[in-house]
Write a protein that binds this ligand. Structure first.
Ligand code: FAD
Length: 533
């Protein structure tokens, strides 16, 4: 099979907010190649509805945004990262709007941003574009990137693994990546001085998720395989309100709906969160998701309901046009009917460990966005802080990108197809996909226990064994590569969860229902030398 080698100064993996913003910021000084798995618009960013948090309101303050973030993060946020991000937020939002043309909603009579409110925030501070903020961000950044003479965007490139080197003295580095050109089935090498990992989230490791199909934890798996430290993967955020309907696929009903006064109700109309939390339906996501999960397990009902029928109908349509449209397509008029909702895997708080500028512990490899563990979210993410973290890390990584100039070796090992053959048992791949996601949902979901985690560990280990063997013998396909990644990421989530002998933030274990001061630290994992990937 032909093997092409492409060279550029900077390699960007992923076309969400983190990847696009970083590419644009470094392209004035460097040649940039950006690889993305399918079409550039396919990303978690594209689906973000609510918005990006930043302090603009006169009554709001940096201290208040920091406090809200730390409180929700349940003792695990890194204060330096949180302060850094919150302080930078207004300038970066202005830059998205003024330099890259992102059209955030503004108040009609003033040149100020219209600010939404979301769960866990004590002020209105969510800058948005209707209920399609992410799509608008991608539109603005992608248009700018496509126009830029120094940026080459290559779609349908499934990154397989990172290129890395190491020496006996312990030094090591990353110098690019192998990608599968999905349409042709050929493997290409992309060599660069600096590689930014911006591959986004991991929702697809669970059976039910709000994430699009590309969110298969590839970045965490690839970084772990070359020895980068990953961590806090036990903190998977389950969004409490995904639309429950057989025809809905993955569709999120934004937190902003609760922010504007939506009330969670049981089938009989009673308010679910009454007496459960001082903030009622606007309580933080982990609290609400657990309450819904408990309610559904107790009653056997398939869903609960999010009710905005008491709000002005015209306001509902104006504020939530996409949600309203989607619900109507499925026969639900949210102005007059409560919306059926269930929790689903939504956001990975953990990831590849980085500092405030996106440096991983492998020189030449930077990470930004959902794939990164920066300390911004701690044990639970505050709504609308993830777009913020993505742009802050991307901006920081762009600042320090020149540190790694000329670190790429001149030689690249050819991708070796060896004796592999085309897959003759696609059913093995699809069956294992389902098994990984079911095991993660059933045993490593919103509520965990020691027994459930051990059961999940055994199942995932068995599946990984099969996949390893299959991977050696067959030519790579996107499905197989993703399966390899979700099963490794599942394994890492379980390992993190097994090490946290307490409940905190998004991690709830029935056998350890309380938080323990001894566990007020990150859970970090790095591959041992010579260990099986
Ligand atoms: C439905 C939904 C609503 C959300 N709403 C909000 C919100 O209102 N506010 C907020 O702050 N956050 C929100 N989030 C979270 C937020 O959107 C994400 O955390 C953020 O956009 C992540 O940006 P990113 O650039 O890190 O990754 P993404 O935007 O996910 O981009 C990742 C990119 O990497 C590519 N990729 C992945 N693997 C590979 C591979 N192996 N090879 C090549 N390319 C690869 C993908 O194709 C994609 O282009 C929401 C998420 C979802 C799913």
């Amino acid at each position: 099979m032909a093997h092409e080698i492409h060279r550029s100064d900077v390699l960007v993996l992923g076309s969400g907010l983190a990847g696009l913003y970083f590419a644009l910021e470094v392209a004035e000084r460097h040649s940039v190649t950006l690889l993305t798995k399918t079409v550039p618009e396919s990303s978690n960013t594209q689906w973000a509805q609510g918005g990006i948090s930043a302090v603009f309101d006169e009554d709001d303050s940096v201290a208040s945004h920091v406090d809200d973030t730390l409180r929700v993060g349940a003792g695990l946020c890194h204060r330096d990262m949180v302060e850094h991000a919150v302080e930078l937020a207004p300038a970066l939002v202005e830059r998205l709007a003024n330099v890259y043309g992102v059209r955030f909603d503004r108040l009609p009579d003033a040149d100020r941003f219209a600010l939404g409110r979301e769960g866990g925030h004590s002020h209105r501070r969510v800058v948005h574009h209707l209920d399609t903020t992410g799509a608008e961000i991608v539109r603005g950044l992608l248009a700018a990137a496509q126009r830029h003479p120094n940026i080459r965007i290559l779609p349908h490139q499934m990154v397989i693994d990172l290129l890395s080197w190491s020496k006996v003295d312990g030094s090591r580095g990353c110098f690019g990546a192998y990608s599968l050109d999905v349409p042709s089935g050929q493997v290409h090498s992309h060599v660069a001085d600096v590689t930014l990992l911006a591959t986004g989230g991991a929702g697809k490791i669970y059976r039910y998720t709000s994430n699009p199909d590309v969110a298969t934890a590839d970045g965490v798996a690839m970084a772990y395989r070359i020895g980068a430290t990953v961590g806090n993967l036990e903190f998977m955020q389950f969004h409490p309100t995904c639309l429950f309907h057989p025809g809905a696929g993955s569709f999120l009903v934004s937190e902003a709906v609760r922010g504007e006064g939506g009330i969670l109700r049981r089938k009989d109309g009673s308010a679910l969160m009454d007496g459960r939390h001082p903030m009622g339906s606007l309580a933080p996501r982990d609290v609400v998701a657990r309450e819904i999960d408990g309610e559904l397990k107790r009653t056997g009902e398939p869903c609960v309901f999010l009710d905005v029928t008491h709000l002005d109908g015209d306001f509902v349509i104006k504020r939530f046009p996409a949600i309203h449209r989607r619900c109507l397509e499925l026969g639900i008029d949210m102005r007059t009917q409560p919306i059926p909702v269930v929790p689903a895997a939504h956001y990975m708080c953990g990831g590849v460990q980085v500092d405030t500028r996106g440096r991983t512990d492998v020189p030449g490899l930077l990470a930004a966005g959902e794939v990164a563990l920066s300390g911004m979210h701690g044990a639970c993410r505050l709504a609308s802080n993830s777009l913020l973290e993505a742009v802050v890390l991307a901006a920081g990584a762009a600042e320090i990108c020149d540190e790694f100039r000329r670190s790429a070796p001149s030689h690249v090992a050819q991708w070796n197809d060896g004796d592999t053959v085309d897959s003759d048992e696609a059913v093995m791949v699809s069956a294992n996909w389902g098994e990984v996601r079911a095991a993660m949902w059933n045993f490593v979901g919103i509520v965990r226990s020691n027994k459930r985690l051990e059961r999940a560990k055994r199942r995932i280990e068995l599946i990984r064994e099969e996949i390893r063997e299959y991977y050696q013998r067959h030519r790579v396909t996107r499905d197989l590569l993703e399966l390899r990644n979700i099963s490794l990421a599942g394994h890492l989530v379980i390992e993190c969860a097994r090490r946290r002998l307490e409940s905190r933030g998004l991690h709830y274990n029935l056998d350890y229902p309380d938080s323990e001061p001894a566990f007020a630290r990150d859970t970090l994992l790095a591959k041992r030398q010579g260990a099986v990937p």
